[in-house]
Design a protein around this ligand. Structure first.
Ligand code: C2E
Ligand code: MG
Ligand code: MG
Length: 624
């Protein structure tokens, strides 16, 4: 730009000097042909020369190229014939005022070609003053067509402010727009909401179906979100699977929630990609101006925090920002840092909760439950740190540590002939089960601790068997016709081949199609404690327990009831012939030394169970 301006100025100066020289030489009016020869032919801008009245007296060839008019069509006319109609009267009168005052005008202007096309140009108009008195004798205009340059500028603008894939505004434009929305909102006391939308499990699509499928999905998601918004709302893509929305001038705090719910609903419909039905869900965080901040940074960060909270609370939901969240997130972050060194610092501890064999009345097995003795927060239970371990991948080394400790305990108790507990059950979360290393881990730990595999049980959850849930992408669906290629199937078989037992934990809470179970060789079903808790409160739960029991029997699996808190529950389980019971009524989880003491001096003995069984019979098979 600058270079061409300088060049142009240079041309003017030499042009003026040359004109003056000619005038001096000939002491006559402008010799048009001479001027044309000198300048007109040598520049690549269009040139128009007019007389004092503004009538065109000369043009160059470039001008004809730009405007489409021949010299004959132009000469004798007024340059007004090129006006596009875009600029108003004031614009031109202001322009002429300046030319009269300064002898020069330069600016960007829209003109019209002969074919009707309107185009932008840079126009310079100079007054031609001649003679010693500098008498005004006409005007010369040079102009260059900048439509190509404009096109490039608009492409650059597109690149800088819009997302290439979806065509939505990008993070830069989001920032600018939010800032300007906030300015307006401050001035007019409006409410603005920011929605941070993040797809759940998007990576799965990219990983399993390829990036092309991921791209289609993102476009479809953009369309669906947009359909849930008002004209005045701005949807932007921040990157990856993250979208942000600005809701301007909302009338009530309930509006953003309503829109978030609508987006979640819109996304819940299936999406067809490459002949597959895909279900996508999103987690949405909401922050509101002025409650949750009054700057771009604060509102975005708080909407992001709220989105994380929505993920933690199970995904496929929205969450309004709450200041307590920042505290929660800071704590989560601290815990994550601390957890990295928890094994090394010997802060992890195993607790053992015994399981009563309902036939013999003896504690024969125990579940291993992890605790973290945190230096400042005290003893933490799994719910407080297992999710972090899963998210960070720390669950793999932690899981291996648990396995090693548990196997060492088994080996130890094996040697104590009089100690009744021989079998231990270790929890394995889906993140561990899906890790290809699990079988190798089990094998090497068993070998290392010289533990008899038959006394080790692994508790998996239904979600391991059926990673597909209604709210996840369903292409994970297990193809039972193709078992050998199925991770779940092969992992279970390999674990069985090692000789350990496998049980399904928290049974009844997942989404499993019950008939599914028979496809796998599983040893035991653990009825989730929520059913036991409600067995006398909700008729439905009683029916569910009975169904689970019947099904377990059919499949030749043992049954464990967890969460037994009172004698009535135990009686119900006896009546329904459940094999094992575990719960606070019998014993709380305890560290190793304590459980050893507890078992040795247990008030539980076969006699007590016999008594309860008798009570059951006496009560005429009726449970209160
Ligand atoms: P879970 O496997 O279902 O374990 C049973 C949970 O119920 C334990 O909670 C236990 O303390 C609690 N419980 C036992 N009896 C009763 C009762 O009578 N009433 C009530 N209300 N609760 C009872 P805990 O120890 O907090 O463990 C929670 C969950 O954390 C476990 O549920 C398990 O899924 C997971 N977990 C525990 N240890 C590990 C581990 O080493 N690795 C992995 N991956 N997960 C673990
Ligand atoms: Mg368990
Ligand atoms: Mg359980």
């Amino acid at each position: 730009m600058e270079g061409s301006l300088l060049a142009l100025l240079g041309q003017y100066i030499s042009y003026n000097l040359e004109v003056r020289r000619i005038l001096r030489e000939q002491e006559s009016s402008i010799k048009e042909e001479k001027v044309s020869q000198l300048v007109f032919g040598s520049v690549n801008e269009g040139i128009i020369v007019t007389d004092l009245q503004g009538t065109i007296v000369s043009v160059n060839a470039v001008l004809s190229e730009i405007t489409g008019y021949t010299a004959q069509e132009l000469i004798g006319n007024n340059p007004r014939m090129l006006q596009s109609g875009i600029h108003d009267k004031d614009f031109y009168s202001d322009m002429w005022k300046k030319i009269k005052r300064y002898g020069f005008w330069r600016g960007e202007i829209w003109n019209k070609r002969k074919n009707g096309e309107i185009y932008p140009e840079i126009l310079n108009i100079s007054a031609i003053k001649v003679g010693a008195e500098q008498k005004l004798s006409g005007y010369v205009a040079t102009l260059s067509d900048i439509s190509e340059q404009k096109k490039m500028e608009s492409q650059l603008h597109q690149l800088a402010f819009y997302d290439h894939l979806t065509g939505l505004p990008n993070r830069v434009l989001f920032k600018e727009s939010l800032k300007s929305s906030l300015l307006t909102a401050k001035r007019s006391q409006q409410i603005v909401a920011v929605l941070f939308v993040d797809l759940d499990h998007f990576k799965n699509v990219n990983d399993t179906m390829g990036h092309a499928a991921g791209d289609i999905l993102l476009n479809e998601v953009a369309i669906r979100i947009k359909s849930s918004l008002r004209e005045s709302d701005l949807l932007t893509r921040l990157g990856g699977d993250e979208f942000a929305i600005i809701l301007q001038n909302i009338k009530s705090i309930g509006d953003p929630e309503m829109i978030a719910a609508k987006i979640i609903q819109q996304l819940s419909e299936k999406i067809d990609i490459f002949d597959r039905e895909i279900y996508v869900t999103a987690s949405i965080g909401i922050s509101i101006y002025p409650e949750n901040g009054d700057t771009y940074d604060e509102l975005l960060m708080n909407a992001d925090n709220a989105m994380y909270r929505a993920k933690e609370r199970g995904k496929n939901r929205y969450q309004i920002y709450d200041p307590a969240m920042s505290h929660h997130l800071t704590r989560q972050f601290e815990l994550e840092t601390d957890l990295r060194s928890a094994i090394k610092r010997n802060q992890l501890v195993l607790y053992y909760q015994p399981q009563l064999d309902m036939r013999s009345g003896e504690f024969v097995s125990a579940e291993v439950l992890l605790r973290w003795q945190h230096p400042t927060h005290g003893l933490l239970v799994p719910d407080q740190f297992i999710p972090i371990a899963e998210q960070t991948g720390l669950i793999i080394p932690i899981g291996e540590w648990v396995l090693r400790e548990a196997c060492a305990t088994i080996a130890h108790w094996q040697k104590e002939a009089s100690f009744p507990i021989k079998r231990l059950a270790v929890n394995v979360s889906a993140a561990q089960f899906n890790n290809n290393d699990l079988v190798r881990q089990v094998e090497s730990v068993l070998a290392e601790t010289q533990c008899n595999p038959e006394f080790l049980e692994i508790e998996i959850t239904e979600s391991c068997l059926l990673p597909i849930k209604t709210n996840e992408f369903n292409f994970h669906e297990i193809d039972l016709k193709n078992k050998s290629q199925n991770h779940v199937y092969t992992t279970l078989n390999r674990l069985k081949a090692v000789g350990i037992r496998i049980s399904v934990d928290d049974f009844g809470t997942g989404y499993s199609n019950l008939s599914f179970l028979k496809e796998f060789s599983l040893d035991c079903l653990k009825i989730d404690k929520s059913f036991i808790e409600n067995v006398f409160l909700r008729k439905n739960d009683e029916a569910i327990i009975k169904t689970i029991i019947a099904m377990g029997r059919n499949l030749d699996m043992e049954l464990v009831a967890e969460g037994v808190e009172d004698v009535q529950q135990l009686q119900f389980l006896i009546q329904n012939q459940v094999d094992f019971a575990q719960g606070y009524y019998l014993s709380r989880p305890m560290p190793k030394e304590q459980i050893e003491e507890f078992i040795k001096h247990s008030t539980w003995n076969k006699q007590k169970l016999v008594q309860i069984k008798q009570d059951v019979e006496n009560s005429d098979n009726r449970v209160p």
